[in-house]
Design a protein around this ligand. Structure first.
Ligand code: TNX
Length: 625
């Protein structure tokens, strides 16, 4: 989050007022302000509230009085009366700024739009069919009238927590919708609609917004209630700006809202295609805009290992690359040059931090024991040296790609990797895959044969379950629950306690796992796999193993049914973005949107609030990667 928020106001008298709000936890003595603005100071300066220090072209510097101490939440106003020319648009004010702290550090500062002192209204919206533009659809919306002119900004004042959250949502909106005004400002001309907030005994993550007499009042439960209320307001303003004929800002009315499911997940496979850090951060932003709250980061697979692990440096150095000279030859996309890429632990921390600020937990997935072709490529000692090469093949065609439960090294490897992962990721669930081990894996391994004799474990899946139960115990010793795909229940399975399974092969699997006593997330390939083709047309891109999934089918799918086991164990829903076919960003966007928006709505909105017609017109406004 930014430590400071910077608002600027244009006065009709020809002055520019600059307002710095301290959003940090510490008081700052005698700060200095740097900014770049095309509306420039004309020396000699006629500043009030601060001293002009210097300017070069658009670069400006002002210092506060030595006696000024800016407490957390407090504001420093400087008004400059001597300017080269008048500002005519909101983009003619400061575009970038920093605050110089006494330590010499330049603190991150969010720069809001230049506001006009007598704002000119945007296009009038008079249609009686106007709506609140919020997706996922809130549970109840009662509106008695809309503003004929959507305000450019809403004012937030006084309460530091509210100011911080509002500034954060403004920054998010700027990243996703750089062409619309930021929703929340911390200083504004008289007459700007003000937002206040109070916590109440509403359920966790719930909120209510009351619009009355030119004011907006939020009451919210614990958790993310306030953040979600602000996202709803930010969306209403943004969408009214983007499509004023359809969406508007309520003048009188109440919105009451609460999430339907506690797990509203989105998964991203960064192994089959490597997506740069900036895209991952943007994916997290888009999730937050949809009020999704669990990012399932599929970090490893046969084709590439994408996370730096200090104990096994060759994972990042070698297992992250495919190519003609690599252990893994070029696969889908990446041509003959192959692909390469991984995230450092510091980069992963950036994702975790940004997600955390946006109410999103990051669940890492390290896919074990299967999907490890690149791992054994970099560390061949992980294979039973006496096992025949290519003695079994995964469904994707990789030979001997699963860590062998009969080898001590497999446990050492898994524990060291998961140990680093536990240290890095604060979320309580670590996903260890468990999927798609070939049904004859290790059956030609002398070591596995000896182990089966000794332990009475029979066949691939009992060996697999033995290995996964060990990982479950290891994770429990680190205070974590185990996550995994539905195959974690095979061969006797892992324990149902401290475990979360992801049902994917069929629609029925979710209830089956719940009936076995597992907490479960519903992500059936037939509805929520966003790599599936969207029509049977020959030229339609996508995968086909789960059939064709139209947007309307994704939207209509309901994970919940009458099963009492589901009522107890269904924790939520998730969209999965497998990337074998998603070789370009155009394809990613075409496949993922708007189906991801449909899943976000399934996670949030009760079934009675769903309406495909409304969704279809609205979803085009949601941001893309
Ligand atoms: C199945 S879902 C897989 C993935 C593929 C996906 C393609 C799961 C646990 N395994 O490895 O990428 O299908 O749709």
């Amino acid at each position: 989050m930014h430590a400071f928020h910077f608002d600027t106001l244009w006065h009709d008298s020809g002055a520019m007022e600059m307002v710095v709000t301290n959003l940090s936890d510490t008081a700052v003595a005698a700060p200095s302000l740097y900014y770049g603005s095309i509306t420039r100071t004309l020396p000699p300066s006629k500043a009030e509230g601060g001293h002009f220090v210097r300017r070069q072209a658009n670069y400006h510097e002002y210092a506060a009085d030595e006696t000024l101490t800016l407490a957390p939440g407090a504001q420093w106003h400087v008004t400059e009366h001597s300017l080269t020319r008048a500002a005519l648009h909101s983009n003619e004010g400061p575009k970038s700024a920093a605050i110089l702290l006494p330590s010499g550090e330049r603190a991150k500062t969010f720069v809001a739009d230049l506001q006009a002192s007598s704002p000119k209204p945007n296009e009038a919206s008079e249609d009686s069919d106007l709506r609140c533009g919020v997706l996922p659809q809130p549970q109840t919306i009662l509106v008695d009238g809309y503003h004929a002119h959507t305000p450019s900004h809403l004012l937030v004042q006084g309460d530091l927590n509210l100011q911080r959250e509002a500034s954060k949502v403004s920054a998010l909106t700027r990243r996703l919708h750089p062409l619309v005004p930021v929703p929340f400002v911390l200083a504004a001309p008289l007459g700007t609609i003000e937002v206040s907030a109070k916590s109440s005994d509403l359920p966790r993550d719930s909120y209510e917004i009351r619009f009355a007499k030119g004011e907006i009042e939020i009451s919210h439960g614990a958790g993310q209630g306030l953040f979600y209320a602000l996202i709803s307001l930010a969306q209403m303003l943004t969408h009214a700006r983007l499509d004023p004929k359809t969406y508007a800002m309520p003048r009188e009315g109440v919105i009451s809202d609460a999430p339907r499911h506690s797990w509203r997940g989105a998964h991203l496979d960064v192994s089959r295609q490597f997506y740069k850090l900036g895209k991952v951060l943007r994916y997290v932003d888009i999730m937050a805009w949809h009020k999704m709250n669990r990012f399932h980061w599929h970090l490893t697979d046969d084709e590439g290992w994408r996370l730096e692990i200090k104990a096994y440096p060759k994972l990042a150095e070698q297992a992250s690359a495919t190519g003609m000279m690599e252990a893994i030859l070029p696969q889908l996309g990446g041509d003959a040059e192959g692909q390469r890429g991984f995230y450092t632990q510091d980069e992963a921390r950036r994702v975790i931090e940004q997600a955390g600020e946006l109410g999103i937990e990051v669940m890492p997935e390290i896919d074990l024991p299967g999907h490890c072709a690149c791992v054994v490529g970099a560390y061949p000692e992980l294979l039973d040296q006496e096992e025949e090469l290519e003695s079994y093949h995964s469904v994707q065609g990789f030979g001997n790609n699963a860590l062998n439960p009969a080898m001590d090294l497999s446990y050492t490897f898994a524990e060291q990797v998961l140990g680093e992962v536990c240290d890095l990721f604060p979320f309580e669930v670590v996903h260890v895959g468990g999927d798609e081990v070939a049904d004859d894996a290790w059956m030609k391994s002398p070591k596995a044969e000896a182990m089966m004799k000794e332990t009475k474990l029979k066949g691939t899946f009992e060996l697999q379950a033995h290995f996964l139960r060990h990982l479950q115990q290891f994770l429990a010793s680190r205070g974590k629950s185990i996550g995994g795909w539905e195959e974690m229940a095979h061969g006797g399975g892992v324990k149902t306690e401290n475990c979360l399974l992801f049902a994917w092969t069929t629609v029925e699997k979710t209830a089956e796992l719940a009936e076995k006593g597992y907490d479960v997330i519903s992500t059936p390939g037939q509805a929520y796999y966003l790599d599936m083709a969207q029509s049977s047309d020959w030229c339609e891109p996508g995968a086909s193993w789960a059939g064709v999934t139209l947007v309307s089918q994704t939207y209509a799918f309901e994970a919940q049914n009458e099963s009492p086991a589901l009522a107890k164990h269904l924790k939520g829903v998730q969209g999965c973005v497998w990337s074998e076919h998603l070789t370009t960003m155009e394809r990613v966007n075409y496949m993922v949107f708007p189906r991801l928006s449909a899943i976000a709505e399934a996670g949030w909105t009760e079934a009675k609030g769903k309406d495909f017609g409304r969704f279809e017109t609205f979803s085009v406004l949601m941001p893309r990667l």
